[in-house]
Design a protein around this ligand. Structure first.
Ligand SMILES: Nc1ncnc2c1ncn2[C@@H]1O[C@H](COP(=O)(O)OP(=O)(O)O)[C@@H](O)[C@H]1O
Ligand SMILES: [Mg+2]
Length: 324
């Protein structure tokens, strides 16, 4: 589908508009609408109200860029992304999506079924394999920006803007807390959360692909054909495949049905099944991306204190620090 000339044009045939009380964290406005009798959802991406867009730092929106470059149209069949139309007007991007609400992972916080989790890893690998080392123009959000999204800088910038979002102040509180509860981890990752250059440099030279940047269970689902619904394309771009995997393991840690080690093995087998060899780069990229996930989530892990979860990430950060 082509980009609509205006938001009014995009929504010209929409009826029965209602506001959705969103479970999302970005602050984006969502509406349910009907188009030709079919339920749809409209998401308004507005950097003046959405801190995640400000953190992604893409002019317009990352999703708009993916759409304009035809990247969403080149996703493998195993990825069901529901956007069917888009319009950009006065700095706001409106996404018209099929309503896939019935098929999303419930937000309840339960452990996700093993077969569904393994499918997510398989389809993540399929997507990565599809764009492996591609010469296509997939440089939308940079690796560096992904490592800075949850930085103390974000908390400071949002405070300076007088933002009322829930997450940025927590980021600001969590980083100093990490230094108290896990000083060894903090000594490695806190400086990188302010300037990730050594991490980004250490990763360069390992293979890259299109990463989505937010494989959180709240953004995922399984449609009736068992393809993976993937929402929330606000941090995509060229990056190391294992950064998507590490983010998935970190943000979904309380809901995974297998150990992180087993999930990592399952993803690796899936990537090989999709035709990508994993030598000689695997070990280096994995270690750095596990460290990178703590650069993204150290602040958040700190709130639970020094538990097994934080100890696991700290161990892996220590192991990877010698690669920097
Ligand atoms: N196409 C869609 N169909 C049904 N529900 C949706 C759709 N897009 C978003 N939602 C609902 O809105 C929530 C927030 O949308 P999302 O794009 O993930 O925004 P955020 O950036 O705020 O996380 C999702 O977790 C989901 O519950
Ligand atoms: Mg979301």
């Amino acid at each position: 589908m082509v980009e609509a000339g205006s938001i009014a044009e995009l929504l010209a045939s929409a009826t029965d508009v209602t506001t959705i009380d969103s479970a999302g964290k970005s602050g984006a406005r969502l509406e349910r609408v009907s188009i030709g009798g079919e339920p749809h959802v409209v998401k308004y991406l507005d950097p003046s109200t959405d801190w995640t867009m400000r953190a992604a730092g893409v002019d317009g929106s990352a999703t708009l860029e993916l759409w304009r470059r035809g990247i969403l149209a080149r996703l493998p069949a195993s990825i069901n992304q529901p956007i069917v139309g888009i319009a950009h007007e006065d700095g706001v991007t409106a996404l018209l999506m099929r309503d896939v609400g019935d098929w999303l992972v419930p937000v309840a916080g339960d452990v996700v079924p093993l077969d569904q989790h393994l499918r997510f890893l398989d389809h993540m690998a399929d997507m990565h394999a599809t764009f492996w080392q591609t010469s296509d123009d997939i440089d939308v959000v940079s690796n560096r920006t992904r490592y800075l999204e949850l930085s103390p800088h974000t908390a400071e910038r949002e405070a300076a803007l007088g933002s009322t979002h829930h997450v940025p102040p927590l980021i600001g509180q969590g980083w100093p807390l990490l230094a108290e509860v896990a000083p060894t981890a903090a000594a490695i990752v806190s400086p990188l959360a302010i300037d990730p250059t050594p991490l980004v440099d250490a990763l360069s030279g390992t293979p890259e692909t299109l990463v989505h940047g937010n494989w959180k269970l709240d953004n995922l689902g399984s449609d009736p054909d068992l393809n993976t619904i993937l929402l929330d394309w606000e941090l995509p771009g060229r990056g190391p495949a294992l950064s998507d995997l590490a983010w998935y393991l970190s943000i979904n840690c309380r809901r995974l049905p297998q150990s992180k080690e087993d999930a990592i093995d399952a993803y690796r087998e899936a990537l090989e099944r999709h035709g990508i060899g994993t030598e000689p780069w695997w070990s280096r990229q994995l270690r750095l991306c596990l460290l990178g996930a703590l650069v993204q989530f150290g602040w958040e892990k700190a709130f639970a204190g020094y538990d097994d979860e934080l100890a696991w990430w700290e161990r892996h950060a220590v192991e990877a620090a010698e690669l920097l």
